[in-house]
Design a protein around this ligand. Structure first.
Ligand code: PMM
Length: 271
């Protein structure tokens, strides 16, 4: 079954958890709660990538995430660090992370691919066209699916050249990163072609703006609150699983686990 990656943001702001998990103790508790809810992987990040967000000083980023990784590594859970900084990635692996989730696919820090190669960790290479402060500057495509596919293939080759074999790579279409509204849906239509490249594939749609826009356009009237975004995320998780995704990255682990279990029963004709 598709794995569920629970999100632990150790930041004062993010796409959606604004201010709730700023302190380390709360982040550790949140990580434990996600594991209790059935998360297979925890993704721990100290830098917001919300559109418009400014960069965080790498030393501050490490001060946020390392104690949380150290504390959660005692659980034996698979931990991933959400960072674009090579030094943070190396420190996180030393603290117990087994995977580096780089939303820039190794583009933001020229040291990243070499550092991960040497660390022995796996790496998530996400489709990315620029930092959050100016995320939409390059959001123009003639064929989103083809371009995402092509650019991910280029990152896969760069990783191989740095000494990271494809079995250590996870590809991610980068939903919400340099993509407006429907561009996200078109990138998701390319998921089976991304899966066909060979490496594992991760999909992150959780609570993202394009889901709210879709519900506003087509769903029931009224405010699109967190509950409705989580329900929409559970649906995209099932569809990502059906397209062959190895894992989905979500805030609400319970909703997605439930949706995946129901879809599996449907496909198998029983539980
Ligand atoms: N999305 C966010 C942060 N990190 N990492 C991967 N691999 N894929 C994503 O889609 C992704 C990510 C932004 O979401 P958040 O601020 O709500 O965590």
């Amino acid at each position: 079954m598709t794995l569920v990656m629970g999100i632990v943001n150790v930041t004062p702001d993010s796409f959606s958890d604004g201010g709730r998990y700023v302190d380390g103790e709360a982040a550790i508790d949140h990580g434990l709660a996600l594991l209790a809810a059935g998360a297979d992987i925890l993704d721990i990040g100290g830098e917001s990538t919300r559109p418009g967000a400014e960069r965080v000083d790498p030393a501050e980023e490490r001060a946020r995430v390392i104690p949380v990784i150290e504390a959660l590594s005692g659980t034996g859970a698979m931990l991933s660090v959400d960072t674009m900084n090579a030094e943070t990635a190396v420190a996180a692996v030393a603290a117990g992370a087994r995977m580096v989730n780089d939303v820039s696919g190794g583009l933001a820090d020229p040291e990243m691919l070499g550092a991960v190669a040497a660390s022995g960790a796996d790496i998530v290479l996400q489709h990315w066209r620029g930092h959050s402060a100016d995320m939409y500057a390059d959001a123009s495509y003639t064929d989103v699916g083809r371009e995402v596919l092509h650019e991910l293939k280029a990152r896969l080759h760069a990783a191989a050249k740095a000494g990271i074999s494809p079995d250590r790579v996870v590809l991610d279409p980068g939903i919400g990163f340099g993509k407006h509204g429907d561009q996200n849906w078109r990138a998701l239509r390319a998921l089976d072609r991304i899966v066909a490249l060979g490496p594992r594939v991760l999909v992150g749609t959780s609570r993202k703006r394009f889901l709210a826009e879709t519900l506003e356009a087509a769903g029931a009237p009224g405010a699109v609150d967190e509950t409705r975004r989580d329900l929409a995320t559970a649906v995209t998780s099932v569809l990502a699983a059906r397209a062959g995704a190895w894992a989905v990255r979500v805030h609400d682990v319970t909703a997605t686990r439930d949706a995946l279990a129901v879809a599996q029963a449907w496909e198998q004709g029983g539980i």
